[in-house]
Design a protein. Structure first.
Length: 199
């Protein structure tokens, strides 16, 4: 089984590329989805977060108050590091189990869709790193529009990740998402055909 590590910055269009790869037949292991599942009430990661941040981080039904936690970690690096130290091992373990299951089920290509793939050092889990790239101005405007936030909030969130330009040095494949969707799809198809040719 061939494994792709798909990454990019916030609002770079990574989810769009992930959907295209799914249409082409790849099994997608989405670390954002895993991150939501592992913090469901009662899960071990949820218990660790409540122990670290207190019950004030919960909504009345016991679910995490994502907005409050998000605002907290984007404004405090130490709090963000603490949350990452709690959640990342659970996410990595669950993602690896999903990749192993995909291989057992005969998948030809699996995609580890991970925004922080490089930052947390998960490249070892995959055979190739694909980076979805947009220029900085486009990234800010897309994020402001998508999340209905101010320019300064968008810059804070983008600044909390490794820059897309720095990620390019880790890329085996770069998908330039600055143009229209058709151009992005064409790049994905060409890269996909390259995998088939080498298998």
């Amino acid at each position: 089984m061939y494994t792709i590590g798909l990454t990019g910055g916030i609002a770079s269009g990574k989810s769009t590329v992930s959907a295209m790869l799914a249409q082409l037949g790849a099994v997608i292991v989405d670390t954002d989805k895993i991150a939501r599942e592992i913090v469901e009430p009662g899960q071990p990661a949820w218990q660790d977060i409540v122990a670290a941040f207190g019950e004030g981080c919960l909504l009345p039904g016991g679910y995490l108050n994502r907005k409050m936690l998000g605002d907290l970690i984007f404004s405090d690096k130490n709090k963000r590091r603490l949350l990452d130290e709690i959640t990342h091992p659970y996410i990595q373990n669950t993602a690896q189990q999903a990749l192993d299951a995909a291989e057992r089920q005969g998948a030809k290509v699996a995609v580890l869709d991970a925004p922080l793939l490089i930052e947390v050092g998960w490249q070892f889990m995959v055979q190739a790193v694909w980076v979805v790239y947009v220029d900085a101005q486009k990234q800010v405007s897309r994020l402001m529009q998508r999340d209905k936030i101010s320019c300064s909030q968008a810059l804070d969130r983008i600044g909390s990740q490794m820059s897309l330009r720095d990620k390019l040095s880790y890329a085996d494949v770069v998908i330039d998402n600055n143009k229209e969707l058709a151009a992005t799809r064409q790049q994905v198809i060409i890269a996909w055909q390259g995998i088939a040719a080498n298998q």
